[in-house]
Structure formats: C-alpha cells, structure tokens
Design a protein around this ligand. Structure first.
Ligand code: EPZ
Length: 420
C-alpha cells in the first residue's frame, strides 16, 4: 500500500484547478442507466471511485468509451440487473444504480452496503421511498432486491435529508407513472447537478436545490446529450484550506463561491483573506489563524466533508475552537492522528474541543477515510519535519492527482510506492 511523504513548513502558492466533482459524477453516471441514446459526459475526475462505477456499469451491460475526462456511454439494454458484493463493498455509492434499474427495467438486485469508518450509514430511506412508489423490496443474503412492473408517483418524506437517498428517488421518479414529491430533500449542489442532467435527458423536475422536489414521471428518457460535471467544491475547499494552514496564497480555478458559502464564511472569520476572482476563488494566509466554532449541517450548512480539514487547520488556531459533527456518528477518527502530530484536541461525544498550538510536528500517521486523510495531508504540509501517511488509497478515491497538484503549488509531497 502506497504512502505519501510530506516535508512541511512551506507556504503553498500558485494556481490549481478544481477537478470534476466525485459526488456529482457518481449519480450522473448511474443515471445513464435510465435512457437509450449516446450520453457524452465530460469533466469526469480521474478517481478510483469513478473507475469503480465504470466497472459496475460495464458489468450491467453499458457500452463505455472513455477518452480521459470525456466519456461516451450507451445503455441500449442490459445483460443483468445485479450489482455484486465485490464492487459494492469497495464503494457504497454503488447503491445509486438501485433507483435507475428499478425504474427502467422493473428489477434491481444490489449488494447491501456494509457499515463504513464514519458511521452505520443505512439505506432505509432509499428503500422506504421505493416502497412508497409501489416497489416490492426484499433483503436476503446480503442483497436488496427491488421489483416493480412500473413505479408510480408518491409523496415521500425523508427523516434526514439524505443526499444519495434524494438522488436515488429522484432518478426512480423520473420514469414513474405520475407525480412524486420528495419532502425534506437534500439541497446539495450535486443534487442540483443531477437534476439538471436528468432534465437534459427529458425529465420533468422542479424544486431541486430546495427541500421539496417535484418530479412528474415520463415514459422514457433520451440519453443523446452532452453534459459537463460541476467542479468539486470539497476538493476546492481543501485547497483553500491548504493556503490557510501553510500561510500561502492559492487561486482555485473553476471553484464556485456559491457552493462554498459556509466554508468561505469560516475562513474569513478566522482571518484568511478570501477573494472571489473571475473564474475562481483565491485564499491568502495572514500568518495568524483565529479560533472558530463549527457545526456540520446538511447544505447550505457547513459540510461534514470539510470538517476534518478544518480540524487540522484549527489545531493551529490562536485560542479555543469547537467542532461538532452532526451528520455522521463516527467521523472524528482523525483526531487521534492529529494528536500524534502535536495537536491538543479533546473529544466529548461528537464534539471536539481544540486548544490551538504553536506548531505541529511531522510523524508517521494512518488514514482512516477519505476526508480524514485529507486532514492529515494538510497537517503534514504545515508541520515541522516529515510526515508519512499510510493507507493513502483512501485519498485516491476522492482527490485527483493530489501529489502533482500540491507539488505544483510548491509543496514537498511524494508518493512512496510499496511493492506488495
Ligand atoms: C453523501 O453520502 C456523500 N457521498 C458523502 O460524501 C457526504 O458525506 C454525505 O452525502 C453528506 O453530505 C456521495 O454523495 C457519494 P447521507 P450519503 O445519506 O448520501 C443517514 C465523501 O467524503 N441516513 O446524506 O451516503 C446517514 O446515516 C462522502 O465524499 C439514514 O439514516 O449520506 C447519515 O447519518 C463521505 N438512512 C445521514 O443520514 C438513509 O437511508 C446523511 O447521510 C440514508 C441516510
């Protein structure tokens, strides 16, 4: 398993481009199961999760030609309607094929995603919504099977504003008989990106971006469309945080400030200069990191996917900061590793109390999940001496060409290939 080695203490400077968003690419690619025709999808990020969904779509029978970030996809018919354990266990988002398969082919069999490092992450809301639309749902031998001659419109209230839950049900409802209303729907920009893609294919959707989405089902969708994936707001937020923690100056091209309001607000609050410039966002360190209190919330609140990165940043704050994680029950595992680098953080339940320290020191640390690994990279960039991060496969799932991008900004970051 590869490792990443970082020699810290250098301010990062320059320009970096935000890649296509992982959490928009996955549902859009799953949605290509909904209609015939040739989809041309661009700005796809070069990530392990995108490779995994490509394997899954091909396994189901899709014909994919990929030329770097541009793919052409055809799903004239399918060989099978089953997403196997082997693929789903490596990426929970594989569950996003459930809605499209059930809606277009009337049947789907998907391995139930197990728990993950950050929480139990059940899919009960996805299944409840499909049952409301008339599907027969069965769980057996670790698989969920969904059958329905044709889904029908329904009113669905989500107990929690699940992102992939909203996406799965929105895709299913696009081909249902009648009108579906999703209440307490997720408002994340990735949900909006998916809705815009579905509308390009002929779907009738309104209210996306709000917590009430209405979908009027149609008989078929047409895939003959071009679509560019939105920029990755979490990757962009991570690079802006890199400028703040290294006292650097970074311009993130293609980053959309409106997708990052809560993050920019907190960066400004702690004294980082933020400039919304044509074509992107610039962050300039001020040599001092103020304290702040952060609570994660569904969009447009502070994103849970930026929580770990801010934990690293605020470990160098001047004063006391408090971070409360409300979305996932086990998303503070990076704290122990940051402590190994000299951070002074106390955890009580889902709250971390951070007493800012003068400096961090490099150390061998271990990544536990995607965003936790990003926080260790940020801490390593700010720390004195060398940091070695193991289990970096987590990073490859969500950060495109990370070492290259950081090196181009002046970071001393290398990947150490481990021979099996
Ligand atoms: C999406 O996961 C993202 N993944 C996650 O990003 C992100 O952290 C999360 O939304 C929250 O913003 C993708 O888009 C592929 P949820 P998702 O369903 O949809 C509970 C990253 O780092 N819940 O919105 O799986 C659940 O347990 C990843 O890129 C139910 O109880 O998250 C959690 O506590 C990590 N039942 C809460 O809702 C359900 O059926 C929010 O989860 C569904 C969810």
């Amino acid at each position: 398993m590869d490792k990443i080695r970082i020699k810290g203490g250098k301010p990062l400077k320059g320009e970096v481009r935000a890649s296509g968003a992982k959490n928009a690419a996955l549902p859009v690619l799953a949605a290509t199961l909904l209609g015939r025709g040739e989809y041309r999808i661009s700005n796809l990020p070069d990530l392990r999760d995108v490779v995994t969904i490509k394997r899954l779509l091909t396994h189901l029978g899709a014909e994919i030609q990929s030329d770097g970030p541009q793919w052409s996809i055809r799903t004239p018919d399918l060989k099978r309607c089953e997403a196997p354990y082997e693929l789903v266990k490596t990426m929970r988002a594989s569950v996003l094929v459930l809605g499209p398969l059930a809606a277009r082919f009337g049947e789907a069999k998907v391995s139930l995603p197990g728990g993950c490092a950050i929480g139990a992450r059940p899919i009960n809301l996805h299944l409840m919504g499909l049952e409301k639309m008339g599907a027969e749902v069965k769980i057996e031998h670790g698989y969920v099977s969904v059958n329905a001659r044709r889904l029908r419109g329904a009113r669905i209230y989500l107990d929690s504003a699940s992102v992939t839950g909203t996406e799965n049900l929105m895709m299913a409802a696009s081909l249902a008989d009648g009108v579906t209303v999703i209440e307490n729907a997720a408002r994340e920009p990735e949900v909006t990106d998916l809705a815009e893609f579905l509308i390009r294919c002929g779907a009738r959707i309104s209210g996306y971006g709000t917590n009430v989405i209405t979908i009027e089902g149609v008989d078929s969708l047409d895939g003959s469309t071009n679509f560019g994936i939105m920029p990755d707001r979490i990757e962009a937020g991570t690079y802006l945080t890199a400028a703040a923690i290294t006292n650097g100056d970074i311009f993130v091209r293609d980053a959309n400030p409106r997708h990052l309001d809560a993050v920019l607000l907190k960066l400004r609050e702690i004294g980082i200069a933020i400039r919304e410039e044509p074509g992107g966002i610039r962050a300039i360190g001020s040599g001092k990191i103020g304290a702040a209190d952060i609570t994660t919330f569904p969009y447009p609140g502070f994103p849970t996917d930026m929580q770990a990165q801010f934990m690293a940043l605020l470990s160098l704050c001047s004063g006391l900061s408090v971070i409360t994680e409300t979305i996932f029950e086990n998303r503070l595992t990076h704290v122990a590793e940051l402590r190994r680098m000299g951070a002074d953080i106390t955890v009580q339940g889902n709250t971390a109390i951070i007493k800012g320290v003068q400096r961090l020191s490099g150390a061998p640390v271990m990544a536990s999940d995607l965003r936790a690994s990003a926080s260790l990279v940020l801490a390593g960039l700010a720390a004195e001496g060398e940091t070695e991060i193991s289990r970096v496969y987590h990073l490859d799932r969500g950060y495109e060409h990370l070492e290259q991008k950081l090196s181009n900004l002046g970071g001393d970051v290398t990947r150490v290939k481990q021979t099996p």
